[in-house]
Design a binder for this molecule. Structure first.
Ligand code: COA
Length: 259
């Protein structure tokens, strides 16, 4: 497997997938998203792997979002394609028949929060920060954040986070139910390993059926996922997305016009 943006290691029966673009705070460009899909496929196919941890390289970020520099000039069709690609890969994470834990070691913003939410559970280091800041860019989440955040923390709280673009710390994420546990940064991976070790003691086929069956409860949201793909694409027909992305890339405050 030829990976440019990920580290893929297997330790015993645990596969660790590390998003590895630390100079860009592990932002997800298209290639990285494709590689996440390839890495999940490889871990599923490896009979020795019983569980998967997804984390970020460095001490600052899990993933600081989709790579804004890649989509700043997108149109509707490109926006929809980007979103649909992210959905396909993150659905693969969500439906992975082996348990997947997000080890959130810093910023989990936008696509990073969405990647963590696609995992079966989340463990946060005490320095982790979560948020869906897309509206600051004139956008909405494109990797199913509008669908999975309400599932995890409830509609009202999700609406607030999605509309305010507020960033929350690990303790608040724990209070809201977005993360299962908060640990010191140096305990993060060991905490995830300990959970996966407990799960490995159970029947693997039963674990796969748990994942399939719990996910089945949420299947009725499929139309919401399609709506997100279409409306994410539609954001790219606005002037505000040009302004928001240009402002970010040029390190200035955005001035939105509402068109
Ligand atoms: N896409 C592309 N590049 C990103 C990025 C993203 N989502 N997030 C961070 N980066 C890049 C920065 O542009 C910078 O690159 P440079 O050194 O070439 O200028 C580098 O990563 C470091 O980020 P910087 O902003 O300097 O770090 P910071 O500590 O000042 O701020 C954040 C950290 C996470 C608050 C800030 O990077 C941020 O707001 N990122 C965007 C978050 C976002 O909107 N995500 C949703 C995207 S849909």
């Amino acid at each position: 497997m030829n990976l440019h943006n990920l580290l893929y290691t297997v330790e015993g029966d645990i596969c660790i997938i590390t998003i590895n673009r630390p100079d860009k705070l592990n932002a997800l460009n298209k290639e990285t998203i494709s590689e996440v899909g390839m890495a999940i496929d490889a871990a599923v196919q490896d009979a020795d792997v019983r569980g998967i941890i997804i984390t970020g390289s460095g001490s600052k970020a899990f993933v600081a979002g989709a790579d804004i520099s890649e989509f700043a000039s997108y149109n509707l069709a490109q926006g929809m394609e980007l979103s649909a690609h992210g959905h396909a890969v993150f659905n693969k994470v969500e439906h992975c028949p082996k348990p997947v834990i997000a080890a959130v070691n810093g910023f989990a913003l936008g696509g990073g929060c969405e990647l963590a939410m696609a995992c079966h559970m989340r463990v946060a280091a005490s320095n982790a920060r979560f948020g869906q800041p897309e509206v600051k860019l004139g956008l909405i989440p494109g990797y199913a954040g509008t669908q999975r955040l309400p599932q995890l923390i409830g509609k009202g709280r999700a609406m607030e986070l999605l509309m305010t673009a507020d960033m929350i710390d690990a303790a608040e994420a724990h209070r809201l139910g977005l993360v299962n546990h908060v640990t010191e940064p140096d305990q993060l991976l060991d905490t995830c390993r300990a959970i996966l070790t407990k799960i490995s003691a159970q029947a693997p086929l039963a674990i796969s059926e748990i994942i399939r069956t719990v996910n089945a409860y949420y299947d009725k949201t499929q139309n919401g996922f399609q709506t997100e793909i279409e409306r994410f694409g539609a954001c790219f027909t606005t002037e505000d997305v040009r302004e928001g992305t240009d402002a970010f890339l040029n390190k200035r405050k955005a001035e939105f016009k509402g068109r």
